[in-house]
Design a protein around this ligand. Sequence first.
Ligand SMILES: [Mn+2]
Length: 171
Amino acid sequence: MKFLIASDIHGSAFWCGKLMEVLEQEQPDKLILLGDMLYHGPRNDLPRDYCPKQVIPMLSAHRDKILAVRGNCEAEVDQMVLPFPCMADYALVQAEGLTLYLTHGHHHSPDNLPPLEPGSVFLSGHTHVKLDDVRNGIRCLNPGSVSIPKDGSHSCLLYEDGVFRFRILEE
Ligand SMILES: [Mn+2]
């Protein structure tokens, strides 16, 4: 299985376009979105080419491949304009015997893990900072932010056959 994992697009048409280029190149089985897809949110500056109305069709084109969870910037109106479910607090994925727990990260987080068996993988966004760390036997990964990174590089994460690697999005 191959997954493209991304978070915190925050309505940036420019950076969502860069993510779509990676999707095109990598042809994953699933596009996993960890929340904060359309709205920039009151705590963030506007990202480059902020235009949720352009991001909607870019994501919608891949509705059959998308597995999304709700970020703290998602509201009911976001679900009204997106043709795939985006309001779940978390999702579980099993791949190659690995359990992946997907959530945005504003409730459960690497510092406040849900009950998971050792060897599971906890995937979250929210901080806009890439993370690959093991906590209490749980591998914690954060793809960073597609559009508003707080660690200097726009990024996403690729999973293929048990292996994760970060992918930096270039201007
Ligand atoms: Mn965010």
